[in-house]
Design a protein around this ligand. Structure first.
Ligand SMILES: NC(=O)C1=CN([C@@H]2O[C@H](COP(=O)(O)OP(=O)(O)OC[C@H]3O[C@@H](n4cnc5c(N)ncnc54)[C@H](OP(=O)(O)O)[C@@H]3O)[C@@H](O)[C@H]2O)C=CC1
Ligand SMILES: N[C@@H](CC=O)C(=O)O
Length: 400
């Protein structure tokens, strides 16, 4: 049988990981696919930076050279930004190529267009690598949780921000030192503002929302807060109370809309996200038949991302179940109160009636109960949602 011909767009952290994985694991891949996989061409932006290990592979900075190759089965997108990736993948699909992408920003904007176009042309779109690096969350949701309806999801979806928060707490690195290290390790986006301001985690949540609910949250209604404002003093203070900062993305099917947020929260040791450290990502799913499931693994980097792409390659022709999004889910009530930690300097903090104080947990920290709407009225004090049980947090005063 002839080899499966692949064109690779991008030869950075992810592109190199895919290239090397295809070469290093050729025997295993051939066994699974029943044919060899050959990288026929690689597209880059700046030719002068690159040299490929195999001279027969075309290295080009022109996408027209890729389209000009007589037979390409699969185009793998590991470049940056919405364009030109979106245009390139549409061209590839129209030519009859399957496509696989790691480019979550592009896919968050254009997933339906690409998937509809692919269906018209009888090819498929793989996007496992767009969410949570090496964790096989997309294929799990699409192929292994079909009878279940997922009601909500909570996860650490950005490896860089989790890495930074861990290094600041464990090694007392400054924010910028930790970010530089994440960049050196190939975790961060070309523009790291995407990671630290929560855009990257938001794009991933959008992609998950389409898989889970068949639609996206309204982008403008999403709460998106980054981690750049968190100080090492806050990290240390909450650490002394047994709490860790995590940058958490949440999705919920509410009565009238999909609720989506990406924000720093405080997590106590009883919560599954507490021990998710460094570049690890984790996703907790609440589904109606199975209950609660957690998946954890490396959320960024060369080989975890290549792993997701290669798994898509192996499964490129798999049957897909038609999801039944129209079925009623019991909606999560938007009025549910949750627990928050407020940093307040004075002995007694002045809060609106809709926010009830549970107790003081440190010399400047208070535990309160409030809905998202009520807490947003407490503008002048730093406040963070708390995930997990409050039982382990030391009691410094009687119930207020
Ligand atoms: N790094 C990671 O851990 C993960 C990254 N991703 C996603 O994968 C994609 C690639 O990320 P990563 O490998 O880290 O990025 P890099 O910056 O390391 O590499 C990007 C590559 O794309 C090429 N490129 C960029 N723009 C163009 C263009 N307009 N035309 C042709 N080639 C272009 C660059 O070429 P040149 O080298 O010549 O500049 C480079 O080879 C991104 O969309 C990212 O969001 C997804 C999951 C994890
Ligand atoms: N920059 C991203 C890379 C993977 O998606 C991250 O840090 O998670």
């Amino acid at each position: 049988m002839t080899a499966l011909q692949v064109a690779l767009l991008g030869y950075g952290t992810v592109g190199k990981g895919v290239y090397q994985t295809i070469h290093q694991h050729q025997a295993r891949i051939r066994k699974l696919l029943g044919r060899e996989v050959k990288v026929a061409a690689v597209l880059v932006k700046d030719l002068s930076k690159h040299e490929l290990p195999d001279q027969e592979v075309i290295l080009t900075d022109q996408f027209s050279d890729i389209l000009g190759i007589e037979h390409i089965d699969v185009v793998i997108d590991a470049i940056v930004g919405v364009e030109p990736g979106f245009t390139y993948l549409q061209e590839a699909i129209k030519k009859g190529c399957h496509v696989i992408t790691a480019n979550k920003e592009m896919f968050a904007y254009h997933s339906s267009t690409l998937q509809n176009l692919a269906a018209e042309h009888g090819v498929t779109v793989g996007f496992e690598a767009t969410v949570a690096g090496g964790i096989p969350i997309i294929q799990t949701l699409k192929k292994l949780l079909n009878a279940n309806k997922v009601q909500s999801l909570q996860g650490i979806l950005n490896g860089t921000s989790n890495f930074i928060l861990t290094k600041m707490r464990e090694e007392q690195l400054s924010f910028s030192e930790a970010l530089t290290l994440a960049q050196q390790l190939g975790y961060a986006e070309a523009d790291p503002a995407n990671d630290i301001e929560g855009h990257d985690a938001f794009y991933k949540a959008v992609i998950l929302s389409e898989v889970l609910f068949g639609e996206q949250p309204v982008w403008e209604d999403t709460v998106r807060e980054g981690i750049a404002e968190i100080t090492i003093d806050q990290i240390d203070y909450f650490h002394s109370l047994g709490l860790r900062f995590k940058h958490v993305a949440s999705l919920e099917k509410a009565a009238d809309a999909i609720k989506c947020s990406v924000k720093p929260v405080l997590v106590s040791s009883s919560h599954p996200l507490y021990q998710v450290e460094n570049v690890q990502n984790a996703i907790n799913i609440e589904a109606d038949i199975v209950g609660s499931i957690s998946l954890q693994g490396p959320g960024a980097g060369m080989f975890p991302t290549a792993s997701a792409i290669i798994e898509d390659l192996i499964h490129i022709d798999d049957k897909e179940y038609i999801p039944c999004f129209d079925e009623e889910l019991s909606p999560v009530s938007s009025a549910t109160a949750s627990v928050w930690v407020i940093l307040g300097k004075s002995a007694i903090i002045d809060l609106p009636d809709s926010v009830s104080i549970i107790r003081k947990i440190g010399d400047t920290a208070w535990l309160v109960e409030a809905t998202e709407d009520s807490i947003s009225a407490v503008k002048e004090l730093p406040c963070f949602q708390l995930l997990g049980s409050v039982d382990q947090i030391p009691k410094v005063e009687k119930v207020y």
